[in-house]
Design a protein around this ligand. Sequence first.
Ligand SMILES: Nc1ccn([C@@H]2O[C@H](COP(=O)(O)O)[C@@H](O)[C@H]2O)c(=O)n1
Ligand SMILES: C[C@@]1(CO)OP(=O)(O)OP(=O)(O)OC[C@H]1O
Length: 157
Amino acid sequence: MKIGIGYDVHELTKGRNLIIGGVKIPYEKGLLGHSDADVLIHAIMDAIIGALGLGDIGKHFPDTDNKYKNIDSLLLLDEVYKILKSKGYKIQNLDGVIIAQRPKMAPYIEGMKKNIANILRSSLEDINIKATTEEGLGFTGREEGIASQVVVLLVKE
Ligand SMILES: Nc1ccn([C@@H]2O[C@H](COP(=O)(O)O)[C@@H](O)[C@H]2O)c(=O)n1
Ligand SMILES: C[C@@]1(CO)OP(=O)(O)OP(=O)(O)OC[C@H]1O
């Protein structure tokens, strides 16, 4: 068994799409990044890569590489799944939180879980995604950015 943690933050800005968990969420601002800035998927990738002892996403998908410009992070998650599989592991369970003052994530959580479970070949009940505010405090409270934290447990296939 191997456990991993992932954490990511992206800045909220006008003129970008808000994509979280592979779901496009209607909102006045989106997340800024080299990729599509999908903060949840990035935290998931870091948790899996970390559990495998293989560094972090920046090492595997450098933000200096033009081929990752505006890339759909679900495609990167699929690459991470291939690494997971090649090491002989699968997901036991995954638990993630999106930290955002706005917008409400609740209507989009099922869609996110389906995207993640589909790519990681997991059952929906082994993937839990939730959201919280930080009660108006800090950078998420000021709606300057969105954060995500994920814990994953891997087991041998
Ligand atoms: N961006 C968010 C934040 C929260 N939720 C849901 O609201 C519940 C209450 O949040 P608090 O931060 O006030 O405790 C939370 O448990 C989520 O179900 C959300 O959907 N989107
Ligand atoms: C995902 C990558 C891909 O180039 O780009 P960013 O959108 O900058 O996201 P970040 O969370 O900073 O991780 C770095 C990169 O791996």
